[in-house]
Ligand binder design. Structure first.
Ligand code: SAM
Length: 276
């Protein structure tokens, strides 16, 4: 079979098994199996796959059909135009989070001189590293309670050559970090432990997903702590979803001088920005 034939069959198969990005999934997995860039699939549509290639690809497609995220199967994921290593120890970077990074970069660029940023719950490091990459005046401290996640983040810091401006630390929220920050960023767990989620989501680390108090507990602790950790004029940017937006907005309404909500590219309310 040729590339074009295999792609058609596997995209149909993945769509039947519930993928809402079946064609893209098929292309990313085939490019990975053949060690080609995705673009090369289009340039070599008539290339034939041998038996070994077909068998490797079938294995990947079968795992994807069972709900395994593509990023875990291929070992990396693009976020903010940068390529990040991902393993089962970290959340797969999500394009919905890019609005938080864009806002942090905009704030940093508006400031003169060095900007101190903290990324709480850094996972793969995608937020911290993207901010460091796009805001060269920033210095970013990135924390996580998961030592395994920090190992992946460290490899991503090295991959993007920002080790001089991104500092990783293990700890609960901002514990162990000293000083005040211009920007406190966080995409912390916010899923209610009782939520029923698809396999693609539950394949990710539980401590990256679930939080008590209907999902708001960890973000609430961060907001309680943040006012004392902000420099004058500093800002908190916390990712939320609709289930915790009300609770987080209430907290931001009490402990801060003001707050607003930013929407993601899909139009959903995604980031609470609060200032003291
Ligand atoms: C939703 S994931 C986000 C990862 C990454 N920031 C991203 O946007 O892809 C949440 C991360 O927060 C970490 N985490 C959970 N509770 C934490 C806490 N109390 N303090 C620090 N990190 C925490 C998890 O280990 C996980 O890596």
């Amino acid at each position: 079979m040729t590339i074009v034939e295999v792609l058609k069959l596997s995209a149909d198969y993945l769509q039947k098994h519930g993928s809402d990005s079946a064609r893209l999934d098929a292309e990313l997995l085939l490019a990975h199996a053949l060690k080609l860039r995705r673009l090369d699939l289009y340039l070599r549509f008539d290339r034939r796959l041998d038996e070994a290639e077909l068998s490797a690809y079938r294995g990947l497609v079968a795992q994807r059909a069972r709900g395994e995220p593509v990023a875990y199967l291929v070992g990396h994921r693009e976020f903010m135009g940068l390529d990040f290593e991902v393993t089962h120890d970290v959340l797969v970077p999500n394009p919905d989070t890019e609005v938080l990074v864009q806002r942090a970069v905009a704030i940093a660029r508006e400031m003169d001189g060095p900007v101190r940023v903290v990324d709480v719950g850094t996972g793969s490091g995608c937020i911290a590293i993207s901010i460091a990459h796009y805001a060269p005046n920033s210095e970013v401290w990135a924390t996580d309670i998961s030592p395994e996640a920090l190992v992946v983040a460290a490899r991503n810091v090295a991959r993007h050559q920002v080790g001089d401006r991104v500092h990783l630390a293990k700890g609960d929220l901002m514990q162990g970090l000293s000083g005040e920050f211009d920007v406190v960023c966080a995409n912390l767990p916010y899923v209610d432990a009782r939520a029923k989620l698809p396999a693609e989501v539950t394949a990710q680390p539980a401590r990256a997903l679930y939080a008590g108090e209907g999902g708001a507990a960890v973000v609430a602790r961060l907001l309680a702590d943040a006012p004392t950790r902000l420099k004058p004029g500093g800002r908190v940017l916390a990712e939320v979803d609709s289930s915790i937006l009300g609770a987080v907005s209430d907290l931001a309404g009490h402990g801060f001088a003001g707050h607003r909500v930013h929407r993601d590219a899909g139009g959903r309310e995604r980031v609470v920005e609060a200032w003291s």
